[in-house]
Design a protein around this ligand. Sequence first.
Ligand code: EPZ
Length: 417
Amino acid sequence: MDKLKIRGGRRLVGEVRISGAKNAALPILAASLLTAGDLVLHNVPELADVRTMLRLLEGMGVRVERSGSDVTLNASNVTSTVAPYELVKTMRASILTLCPLAARFGSATVSLPGGCAIGARPVDQHIKGLRKLGAEVEVEHGYVQARAGRLKGARIVTDMVTVTGTENLLMAAVLAEGRTVIENAAREPEVVDLARCLNAMGAKITGIGTPTLVVDGVESLQGAEYSVVPDRIEAGSFLCAAAATRGDVLVTHCVPSDMEAMLAKLREMGAELEIGADWIRLRQKDRPKPVQIRTAPHPAFPTDMQAQFMAVCTLAVGTSLITETIFENRFMHVPELQRLGARIDIDGHTAAVRGVERLTGADVMATDLRASASLVIAALAAQGESTVDRLYHLDRGYERMAEKLRGLGADLERVHD
Ligand code: EPZ
């Protein structure tokens, strides 16, 4: 198992290029199931989760050609509509094959993802929505089994804002007969990106980026060429690393307009920001100022940045309050940050983070993807050496992070156990 050895205490300085967004790439890859034509994708990040999705699709008979960040998929010869437990248990986003399979082939057997480290994460909204579109859906033997003729457009109001739920239902609605209206839809940039890709394939979706998505179903979709949106969470993570080390970092190939809530918090923390069309430069001169953060669906502050901001807050001059409203168990980085010297008290869904002047290096363990980024950020700022164990969590969602950090002057290396 790989670990990251980090000798902290160095300011990060320089320029870093952001990769394509994992959480946009995964639904877009699943969308290849909706057409017999070639889906030619660019800016697909090279990540463990992307490899899992490609393996899943290949297992269904989808032809995949990959060269770096370019991926071409062809689903003209699908031989199986089953997403097996072995793959789904390693990546919940496999559930995103449910609706495309049901919509195009009238049949899908997708393993139920099961629990997750950060929360229970049910998929009831995906199932309810698909039933509303006319599919028969049962959960048997741990699998969601959907059977359908051509799906029929309907009005769907989800009980809560769900990102992959909205994405799955969009992929069902594009091939349904008639109009579907999805109310309370997620507005995350990754949902927007999927909707734009579907429209490039011939879908008729309007209201993109609003809570009401209107889909006029078409009989079939065609192939298309599409470039995945840059990863706002990767960009935000590098900005946090710069802020925690009081560095000066230029983040390029990003979409600042997708990151307003986080940029506002970085400004409140005392960071100097210069922002261009597709770049952000952050300079942090003094210790950060404390802030209050409350996670909520986009455009509010993203839960996927909560852990990384907490790492910065551990070094603030004063007490920050961080409230997690999306997932019930997303503070697992707290005991590990405490090992680095952070002072954090948790009361229900709120963490009070009393800033300290310095963190000190220690051995810590990553528990999930964003928690691991948080530990890396804290370790980069800490005095002395740290080891971040269970690096496979980081590899799921950050492309070549160690290499990119080294390019900014960080002193770190991967070690093989
Ligand atoms: C997506 O997960 C992301 N994953 C997550 O990123 C992200 O944290 C999350 O959205 C919130 O932004 C992908 O895009 C692949 P939800 P998702 O459905 O879609 C409840 C990362 O680190 N809910 O928006 O699974 C759910 O339990 C990951 O990259 C139901 O109750 O999240 C949660 O409390 C982690 N029933 C809330 O809604 C449902 O049917 C929002 O979850 C669906 C969701």
